[in-house]
Write a protein that binds this ligand. Structure first.
Ligand code: TRP
Length: 452
């Protein structure tokens, strides 16, 4: 129902909601372990380069398509595609959103379990115990599903209250809370003995570590972290006003997202180095390495350790929730606009389907190995297919579509808010979207399959 289409009320609401989509598990979980595995400060420098050169132009492109279309991602692409097959890029975005929502909710659910576990004091014990705790929990058939569904219901609750009363209000409440928690933990972590080792690991570049993998890892991380490549940003932009300065908003969101990622590093590395644990342990970093770090770093003051762990997992859950909301909204907007049903019914359909996907993803990590395809559990398969294939392809096609196919005047009008803003940077933007982004994205994509 077209009349139900909402819009964001304030500039701050726009920035916080979009930053809420961008700031997620990618910042607090993926960024620190990627940094740990790829040489610390060098990775951060390359990452910042990728955000500036590729992330911001791609984000502006999604903003343009979304605000121009003023509708869900599929229809927004279709409007500009004029009957050509480019419209399928929009449909692909919606499908990707659906799949990501399912498995992202599983990891988000783990964060809720870890809040519960820290409150109940279940995370105390030696490193073997903590490893075993995570394995037996994630393989359990019921508990993770309970938390996955809980996370999706929370998301559902926000979504049914609409764009302004739900998404914007939640973002204005959750994002500042997240910043406060983050700052408190950063201070606690940097006050630990020998914290400087972690800080210097983060900020002293060792250029000898740079190879093509580090470079490409930074590229992939910048896309994932900024929510680019599947219409999340595009859907939010469809609720922006004609006065919103798209380039400025993209820069602000990118700055917030990068700051949160670096602060997440400042939370994890000083604590880990302080107890002599090397934080390069990959995806299990936050669920296995960190509980150990908290236990050991605050061994002398268990109450502080308890509070820090609780705050950390609350922060993680908040970050995951605001991203989940943006992912859910992509499909909700699609359903209610394309099938002419109410927003509430659209949201219900999405919640039910994504719960089913989430349940299967979660079960695939346990004893149900029938849920494996090509030796990969469904969970890993969805992560791989969406993150490594759909997102880069979506980003690549979006840049080619906008840079080469959409009439330049339409792009320029959106970029300059119909000639009311200066267009000095338009040429740079167009060059990035036409040449730099497609070539660089193609390079990551081919490299991960060993082609180049
Ligand atoms: N950017 C989020 C994070 O950092 C995850 C996310 C939300 C995402 N929406 C997305 C990733 C769309 C890719 C595409 O965790």
């Amino acid at each position: 129902m077209q009349t139900e289409r909402g819009s964001f009320g304030t500039k701050l609401g726009i920035i916080l909601a979009t930053a809420g989509s961008a700031v997620g598990l990618g910042n607090v979980w993926r960024f620190p372990y990627m940094t740990g595995q790829n040489g610390g400060a060098v990775f951060i420098l390359l990452y910042i380069g990728c955000v500036l050169l590729l992330g911001i132009p791609c984000m502006v492109s999604e903003f343009i398509i979304g605000r121009h279309g003023a509708s869900n991602t599929a229809r927004a692409y279709a409007k500009l595609a004029n009957g050509t097959p480019w419209k399928w890029v929009g449909y692909m975005g919606v499908l990707t959103g659906f799949l990501i929502t399912g498995y992202y909710a599983v990891v988000a659910g783990w964060c809720l379990q870890y809040i519960y576990a820290s409150v109940m004091g279940e995370l105390k014990g030696n490193p073997d115990f903590i490893t075993h705790y995570f394995q037996s929990f994630s393989e359990n058939p019921l508990r993770p599903i309970f938390w996955t569904v809980a996370m999706l219901l929370l998301t559902h609750y926000v979504i049914i209250h609409g764009v302004r009363g739900g998404i914007e209000r939640a973002s204005k409440l959750l994002m500042p809370t997240l910043f406060v928690l983050l700052l408190v933990i950063v201070v606690a972590s940097c006050l630990l003995p020998e914290a400087e080792k972690g800080i210097s690991f983060l900020f002293k570049p060792q250029f000898s570590k740079v190879d093509s993998n580090v470079f490409l890892g930074a590229l992939g991380q910048s896309f994932y972290s900024l929510s680019i490549g599947m219409g999340c940003i595009c859907t939010y932009a469809s609720y922006y006003s004609r006065q919103t300065n798209l380039l400025k908003s993209a820069v602000q969101v990118a700055v917030i997202d990068t700051l949160v990622a670096i602060l997440a590093g400042l939370m994890i590395f000083p604590a880990a180095f302080s107890v002599g644990i090397n934080p390069d342990s990959g995806p299990s970093l936050i669920f296995i390495t960190l509980p150990n770090v908290f236990n050991q770093a605050f061994a002398g003051m268990p109450a502080v350790g308890w509070v820090v762990a609780l705050m950390f997992y609350s922060l993680l859950s908040l970050a995951a929730l605001t991203s989940l909301i943006s992912l859910h909204e992509v499909s909700t907007a699609f359903f209610y606009e394309e099938f002419h049903i109410t927003r509430k019914k659209g949201a219900l359909l999405v919640t039910v389907f994504t719960c089913i996907i989430g349940i299967f993803c979660s079960l695939s990590l346990g004893k149900l190995n029938c849920l494996q395809i090509g030796g990969k559990p469904l969970f890993e398969l969805f992560d791989f297919v969406t993150g490594q294939i759909f997102l880069p392809v979506g980003g690549l096609l979006t840049c080619i579509f906008l840079g080469w196919f959409v009439p330049k005047q339409v792009v320029k009008d959106e970029f300059t808010n119909w000639q009311t803003l200066r267009s000095t940077l338009f040429g740079v933007y167009l060059f990035a979207v036409r040449f730099i982004c497609p070539i660089a994205i193609l390079a990551i994509f081919l490299h991960q399959f060993g082609v180049i």
